[in-house]
Write a protein that binds this ligand. Structure first.
Ligand SMILES: Nc1ncnc2c1ncn2[C@@H]1O[C@H](COP(=O)(O)OP(=O)(O)OP(=O)(O)O)[C@@H](O)[C@H]1O
Ligand SMILES: [Mg+2]
Length: 243
């Protein structure tokens, strides 16, 4: 694999819901080992972008490649190709135990010893999940459920983790904890992460690169740290005056 091939390479991507043109000519590249983020208002198309990368949603035209190869369009094959989506709203299976929820994430795996090792890694990253392993997933707090959703995704040993609004509905202290864990995961394992967030300042702070989506189009892009200082971003997304 040539060094200069982007890890995730999206070219001229268009996505429709019937007559609604939800994503327009999206071009987005991410290098291996990066944290990248997509910010934007409600309805901008952020979830649609993640769902399309994760092959939950079909696209009309364009291409999405990981490591130089087209991402398969069947969801079970996508996970095998190394792409795992943590959807908006977490989707924990309430009656199933924490451990059973984690095992669901390993459905594409058959080596039980490897599954045990991966679960140990998840428990090391999120000690609370080890403490609650036998408890029904639905009885966890919101923050713990988000950790379970991320932990379940990690059970598939992804190369690219897609996170849709991990901070949604969480108290500020818990948001910090979840985002700190995302940074730690990236630093310790080199996992490439694409994060969608309405909480723009937090997303920009932890991102190598960020993309601002407005009604289906990428309008601004740059390094996270630079976008924090960009007057257009400040005015529209950070709740600060450009002055
Ligand atoms: N299943 C669907 N059928 C029709 N239109 C849809 C569907 N899902 C999303 N859309 C439309 O596509 C556009 C983008 O929606 P999307 O959910 O991607 O936005 P978002 O940026 O994730 O918003 P939010 O911040 O509220 O989560 C919106 O106009 C939405 O109404
Ligand atoms: Mg969304």
């Amino acid at each position: 694999m040539a060094e200069n091939v982007p890890f995730l390479d999206i070219v001229d991507l268009n996505v429709h819901y019937g007559g609604i043109h939800a994503l327009r000519n999206i071009n987005l590249q991410i290098a291996k080992g990066e944290i990248a983020s997509v910010i934007g208002a409600n309805g901008a198309g952020k979830s649609t972008l993640l769902k399309t990368i994760g092959s939950v949603k079909a696209f009309t035209s364009g291409s999405i490649k990981i490591n130089g190869a087209e991402i398969p369009r069947q969801s079970y094959q996508v996970v095998k190709a190394g792409v795992t989506l943590v959807p908006e709203g977490r989707r924990i299976f309430g009656p199933l135990s924490v451990k059973e929820n984690l095992l669901l994430g390993a459905y594409s795996k058959s080596d039980t010893e490897q599954i045990d090792r991966t679960m140990e890694e998840v428990f090391t990253l999120f000690p609370v999940l080890r403490d609650r392993a036998k408890q029904p997933g639905g009885t966890l707090s919101g923050g713990e459920q988000q950790m379970l959703a991320i932990g379940r995704a990690l059970m598939s040993e992804p190369q690219l983790l897609l996170l849709d609004e991990p901070s949604l509905g969480l108290a500020p202290l818990i948001i910090d904890l979840v985002l700190d864990t995302i940074v730690k995961l990236n630093e310790e394992t080199g996992l490439t992460i694409l994060l969608v967030e309405q909480n723009a300042s937090l997303a920009l702070e932890i991102s190598d690169h960020s993309f601002v989506l407005e009604t289906g189009e990428i309008k601004i892009r740059g390094r996270g740290i630079d976008l924090l200082d960009d007057p257009r971003v400040k005015e529209s997304y950070l709740g600060l005056s450009a002055a």
